[in-house]
Ligand binder design. Sequence first.
Ligand code: 0O3
Ligand code: SF4
Length: 324
Amino acid sequence: MNAAFPNQPGTSGRKPLTLLIAAPRGFCAGVDRAIEIVERALSRYGAPVYVRHEIVHNRYVVDGLKAKGAIFVEELSDVPDGVPVVFSAHGVPKAVPAEATARGLEWLDATCPLVSKVHRQAERQLEFGRHIIFVGHKGHPEVIGTFGQVPEGAMTLVETVEDVASLDFPADAELAFLTQTTLSVDDTAEIVEALKARFPNIAAPKAEDICYATSNRQAAVKAIAPQSQLVLVIGAPNSSNSLRLVEVAERCGASARLIQRASEINPAWLDGVDTLGLTAGASAPETLVREVVDALTQWRDVEEHTLVTAEEKMVFKLPRQLAD
Ligand code: 0O3
Ligand code: SF4
């Protein structure tokens, strides 16, 4: 960089770029565990190991496991008899492990323990005789998995404050609410407020269902985005938690783009950008962050800063069958 004129091209001829990297970012404890389950299953049983749904929503991770002998399918009916199958981190309806057991399949559950916690809360609320209002995104595998913990009709999905307004229950109905683990902290607070206003007796989860990793990554983006003209979020288009990071950055006034890999960056995006924010969703590996930083250094004199807003020490136990 040119020390006398910081915004002028440095001796390299490239313009300076301040790069603010969010921390925490990337893999959470549930993703680490899910990937390790597939890897351990491959060494324990040998290839092929089937995985129902992408183990986590990241193509790089999925391709890496495919290369080691994992086969990804969407439905249990696509798994042949006699091979082990892993259920993805997002969780599955109860009928899935039941069917696997009925078929005599060796199955391993990579559902994140924090998603399983929501599943158990759903069962408990049902035992209390309450109808469950579930805050989540329609069609997402975690939502399908959580709905599949209770009989049909026992749970109603709301995605927005408007959905709460159109719920057709009396104000004193026996209700409880639960949420998806990867939602926007701010949007969910508004939805929950609307639920409590309409149904003052609604039972709330004991602890926040939005998980620690989701809230920490959103808070970390809030620390970098206001100072950045553009924020790059590494994550897949089907990754709920990564999409939420893009929204958070935009609401802080930055432009934001979801990218899967460095190759998707158009160098023209950096025109007029002096400060760039960078983060990664819970399913995006750190290798992809380094790949993006390396790509940026081809075009600009990058000055890298990491902004740490929380320390994460969470580690989840492996399923019994795979623990040493
Ligand atoms: O749920 P989401 O689409 O964010 O899933 P990802 O991208 O695979 O990230 C891991 C989070 C998860 C398994 C559910 O909480
Ligand atoms: Fe578990 Fe949260 Fe990670 Fe989802 S984002 S896998 S709930 S730790």
